[in-house]
Design a binder for this molecule. Structure first.
Ligand code: SF4
Ligand code: SF4
Length: 166
């Protein structure tokens, strides 16, 4: 049994009864312009059961990991959990081109497709912060705030507390 077959077994892909409910509830069609059967949960399950290899394309990197498919699946297939573990496994084996990683510490953040979507929603000028993990983002914002307070100037927390009591 290959590793992908073990994952398929662990997350119940073999239980799929091809009812299509996961495709009907999946929100990917509202997010991406070109959603095909090949990137739908049912399409990916069918492909992996027929050819249990790591997909070399980006079919596993569109899923938004919302878990709706699992919630509605009558057969108990845990597709979202499968995708998350399969992505980590792909990254470990060197397939990193479909992921976005923190520019500062290198932690995996989300798929590149998701980054592109967030940039469209939030604006291009947010990319610098979107390309940082939450921890590195806090340091970055903290550093920027510091530069806005010249000459060692400090904010009075007493004033803030008094304002909150009023
Ligand atoms: S909802 Fe479950 S059983 Fe139905 S096609 Fe999707 S994964 Fe298969
Ligand atoms: S977890 Fe992924 S495949 Fe499942 S409904 Fe959400 S976006 Fe679609």
């Amino acid at each position: 049994m290959t590793n992908i077959e073990q994952l398929a077994d662990q997350y119940g892909l073999f239980l799929c009864v091809e009812c299509g409910k996961c495709v009907a509830v999946c929100p990917m069609g509202e997010i991406y312009t070109h959603v095909s059967y090949e990137i739908s949960p049912r399409g990916i399950i069918e492909r992996i059961l027929l050819d249990p290899e790591i997909p070399e394309d980006d079919c596993l990197w569109f899923c938004l990991t919302c878990n709706l498919c699992t919630s509605f699946c009558p057969a108990g297939v845990r597709f979202r959990d499968f995708v998350e573990v399969a992505r980590q496994w792909m990254i470990k084996t060197g397939i990193t081109q479909f992921g976005s990683f923190c520019d500062s510490c290198g932690t995996y953040l989300y798929p590149r497709h998701t980054l592109e979507y967030m940039k469209q929603i939030l604006g291009e000028n947010t990319e610098e912060l979107l390309r940082l993990c939450p921890r590195c983002r806090r340091y970055k914002i903290g550093g920027k705030v510091k530069t806005l307070l010249p000459g060692g100037q400090k904010v009075s927390t007493q004033q803030v507390q008094m304002g909150g009591d009023q």
